[in-house]
Design a protein around this ligand. Structure first.
Ligand SMILES: [Fe+2]
Ligand SMILES: [Fe+2]
Length: 404
């Protein structure tokens, strides 16, 4: 910092103030995405300040942004400088200053060495500056995480370094911000920033909706399994198998998501069936068997009433149909059964075969796969059996590893 003060000065106070405020806003409304993490959008402003002015101004902007921010953290509410432990703020602010100043100095150095003659944008210097920033930022976060989680630094760091897609996008944003400010001044930035905040709001609504959706699914899965403890974990495993088969078959992501949700809820109709019948160990009466066989219809009716799940209702209704038309409830055959349903049927049967049931012990992996192959064309859709076998074997090993 002393080096920066000795070598640079603040030339544009308007830029300093506007960018600092916007940086605090960006830090306040940042969206925390699980697993992605790493680079905040406020860096776009810091990077833009590096391009337009110098590392000193950029470091001050990023420090002020961090000091003034008050993001909302789940379970804690709004966190700001006055209710956050001082050591955390000091750590964050110093980290931001170090990152911004070093990457800024690298930019200046490369820009001087390789001069392209552009007004303020040097592509090579920008790329190197972004890489240095990502390197430093991820090193800081990974070091902190490795201390907190007591994990090896290199192991965690490797994951954070994968944030290069983020840094490239944020860098691009920084370049756009720099051009808008250069051409239209403060108005240019506001014109650019306001739509960005709207986009962020819409995106947040979408994320909240997705979160609610998956929370509802989890509650429903727990409800199914509470009634039938023998099949504990069945829904999750069937979902994993069905997802793997759908990927192996080459279905698009939207279809894969649909199959995953349907797989999680396929046995939801069992909530409506007497526990004693579900957990019976000896032979079932004809009437009791009919009762159990009604679960796909009950499930489909329950789901059809939830507007955002109604599109999986048919898959649930038909998960016990057979390719030869001898299944239930509607006796559909090959060409009448949608592919999504056929995938779920194989996944469901395979999990039933490889786990213990009240009436029989589990089969080994190889015997179960043989059984799937033997039922090709009769119980299962022949078009997907070979793909299913590859996917089931892989996923079976993966799930057993996770259990260990
Ligand atoms: Fe079922
Ligand atoms: Fe099932």
């Amino acid at each position: 910092m002393i080096y920066l003060f000795n070598n640079y000065s603040i030339s544009d106070y308007t830029l300093l103030i506007v960018f600092s405020v916007l940086s605090a806003i960006a830090e306040t409304f940042l969206i925390l995405l699980p697993k992605i993490g790493g680079v905040s959008v406020s860096f776009a402003l810091t990077f833009s300040a590096i391009l337009l002015t110098n590392p000193l101004t950029a470091s001050i902007i990023s420090a002020i942004g961090m000091i003034l921010r008050c993001p909302y953290i789940d379970g804690k509410g709004r966190v700001h400088i006055f209710n956050n432990p001082i050591h955390k703020t000091v750590f964050n602010v110093s980290q931001y200053i170090i990152n911004a100043s070093i990457s800024g100095l690298v930019y200046v150095y490369v820009d001087k060495t390789l001069d392209f003659g552009f007004q303020f944008f040097n592509p090579i210097a920008s790329a190197i500056c972004l890489i240095v920033y990502l390197f430093l930022n991820s090193l800081f976060i990974a070091s902190l995480m490795s201390i907190l989680l007591k994990e090896r630094l290199t192991y965690i760091w490797k994951n954070y370094l994968l944030g290069f897609v983020n840094i490239a996008l944020v860098g691009l944003l920084g370049i756009i911000v720099a051009f808008s400010y250069d051409s239209f001044g403060t108005t240019g930035i506001l014109l650019f920033f306001i739509p960005l905040m709207f986009a962020r709001y819409t995106f947040k609504l979408y994320l909240d909706m997705r979160k609610n959706y998956f929370e509802t699914l989890n509650v429903l899965v727990r409800a199914i399994e509470a009634n039938d403890p023998y099949t504990s974990g069945h829904s999750m495993r069937v979902s994993a198998y069905a997802e793997a088969i759908a990927k192996q078959v080459g279905l698009p992501q939207s279809k894969i998501d649909l199959i995953k949700s349907a797989a999680l809820l396929h046995d939801i109709g069992k909530i409506g069936i007497d526990k004693n019948i579900l957990n019976k160990t000896e032979g079932l009466e004809k009437e009791e068997l009919e009762r159990i066989k009604s679960h796909p219809e009950i499930g489909a009716t329950i789901i059809a009433d939830l507007s955002y799940l109604s599109n999986i209702s048919d898959i649930i209704r038909h998960h016990h149909e057979r390719n030869d038309g001898k299944g239930y409830p509607d006796g559909l055959s090959y060409d009448k059964i949608p592919l999504e349903t056929s995938i779920l049927t194989i996944a469901d049967s395979f999990d039933a075969m490889t786990t213990n049931r009240p009436y029989r012990a589990s089969l080994s992996l190889e015997s179960a796969l043989k059984e799937v192959k033997n039922n090709e064309g009769t119980q299962f859709n022949p078009d997907i059996v070979d793909d299913a076998i590859i996917a089931l074997r892989k996923t079976f090993f993966k799930l057993s590893e996770e259990k260990v």
